[in-house]
Design a protein around this ligand. Structure first.
Ligand code: SAM
Length: 273
């Protein structure tokens, strides 16, 4: 009975995602005011600063970085692509994998211009903004594939997607809480993705605090597990991670633009025990 309930909750989430619209999602979350590079308190620059710091502290290294639930976005690997020789992008939906392939193949027709993002991360790295073309080339060079993922499966990726030792680092942004029917499923999903990571590898996790829904497109209301910091820490511990750092961002009033009810964002740097 309990097993059936779990399956139903997960199936209901999968059904919600059938209406996900990459273009609308990018418009809602990755344009101003949420992505205003002239404002320090804008949400996207905050996320990029957290990732820049995490990837340049010297402890996160290796050969392979895997991004779990990439969606139609690339911002989350703009710092990591300078550290890892291989970056694997993953998503549940073909429409999102297609959006990412469009950028990778550089054939135009992308729903978002990533240039200001590339320029901003170049600036964080102390490079001239015009180095963005080099960063774009580097990113295209290191992305090895864009593959399906399902964090509700004990083995979220195809068996041959990773080397047997696992990835050296995982990044995952706004995925687990927005695809899980409840806190228990969120915690289980954290455990599932941990199986993709080598022991001693790093997890960089960004997610929503206090969010109960977001719009994945016009009229596409997707339920989210509302999390607080204590729950994030407890889930990490239960799933076999040691927390290195948790940072919290509180949304200014004018970033609450009606596309969700998020109140804050957490950034976690953790290690797999
Ligand atoms: N990482 C992107 C970002 O930071 O904006 C996208 C996050 S979006 C809120 C959630 C993503 O989870 C979507 O791209 C969706 O396709 C993906 N997703 C849905 N169900 C999933 C599942 N069962 N396993 C993994 N990813 C899933």
């Amino acid at each position: 009975m309990e097993g059936k309930g779990k399956v139903n909750g997960v199936a209901a989430m999968a059904a919600c995602y059938q209406g996900f619209d990459p273009a609308a999602y990018l418009q809602y979350n990755y344009t101003p005011p949420r992505a205003d590079f002239d404002r320090k308190d804008s949400i996207v620059p905050w996320k990029l600063a957290c990732l820049h710091r995490a990837f340049t502290e010297g402890d996160v290294r290796g050969e392979l970085l895997v991004d779990i639930g990439s969606g139609p976005t690339l911002y989350q690997v703009l710092s990591g692509c300078e550290v890892f020789n291989k970056v694997l992008l993953t998503d549940f939906l073909e429409v999102n994998r297609q959006e990412l392939r469009g950028w990778l193949d550089n054939e135009g027709g992308c729903n978002l211009d990533w240039t200001p993002y590339l320029q901003h991360v170049c600036k964080l790295e102390g490079r001239r903004p015009s180095a963005w073309t080099e960063k774009a080339a580097k990113l295209r060079q290191v992305i090895t594939d864009i593959v399906p993922v399902d964090v509700h499966r004990p083995q979220p990726l195809a068996l041959d997607a990773l080397p047997s030792e696992g990835a050296d680092c995982l990044v995952s942004c706004f995925c687990l809480e927005s695809v899980s029917p409840d806190l228990a499923a969120f915690t289980r999903a954290l455990g599932h993705i941990g199986r993709l990571l080598r022991t001693g590898g790093h997890l960089l996790l960004i997610g929503a605090l206090g969010e109960s829904y977001y719009f994945g497109g016009p009229g596409v209301r997707i339920p989210v597990v509302p999390l607080n910091e204590a729950q994030v820490c407890a889930s990490l511990k239960e799933s076999g991670y040691t927390l290195i750092r948790l940072e919290v961002y509180t949304l200014p009033q004018d970033m609450r633009v009606g596309v969700d009810d998020v109140s804050g964002v957490f950034f976690v740097k953790a290690i797999k025990e």
